[in-house]
Design a protein around this ligand. Structure first.
Ligand SMILES: [Fe+2]
Ligand SMILES: [Fe+2]
Length: 141
């Protein structure tokens, strides 16, 4: 599951970068399925996979934020919540035939993910590069 289309992104923290690679790989799989006109259940399954992985990725970022006493925890977590709500709303609309998942929607979802990665996650990554963990036994880099 290689990621070819999305530009390279790094927030400077290897643990987070690896998860973003997986997240964007799942997005690419979804975009391919849309482009190839795969059946609705397949596309919904891939969107669900992306949502579930993104939720677990958010949990791991939020754990790092707590371990490193990140001051922007609340605002960053709110962004996570909003992103998940957007993705779940899209899935609900798709399931109810209120939305057709086109390539344009694939691009929109990509924008949602990349905006967060390049914004809030980049700030977090920079902080983690310089911060000491609350407990030094918990170094991630
Ligand atoms: Fe992230
Ligand atoms: Fe994040």
């Amino acid at each position: 599951m290689g990621r070819k289309k999305c530009p390279a992104i790094s927030v400077g923290c290897t643990a987070i970068d690896a998860e973003h690679e997986m997240q964007l790989g799942m997005l690419e799989e979804l975009q391919h399925a849309i482009a190839k006109g795969r059946r609705k259940s397949k596309i919904e399954g891939l969107l669900t996979q992306l949502i579930c992985f993104t939720m677990s990725h958010h949990q791991s970022e939020q754990l790092l934020m707590r371990l490193y006493a990140f001051p922007g925890y609340a605002a960053h977590s709110d962004e996570h919540q909003q992103l998940i709500e957007r993705l779940k709303k899209l899935r609900r609309q798709f399931r109810n035939d209120e939305v057709i998942l086109t390539a344009a929607w694939g691009e929109t979802v990509e924008e949602w993910l990349l905006d967060h990665i390049r914004g809030a996650d980049a700030v977090l990554g920079k902080y983690l590069c310089e911060a000491e963990p609350v407990n030094p036994m918990l170094m991630v880099n």
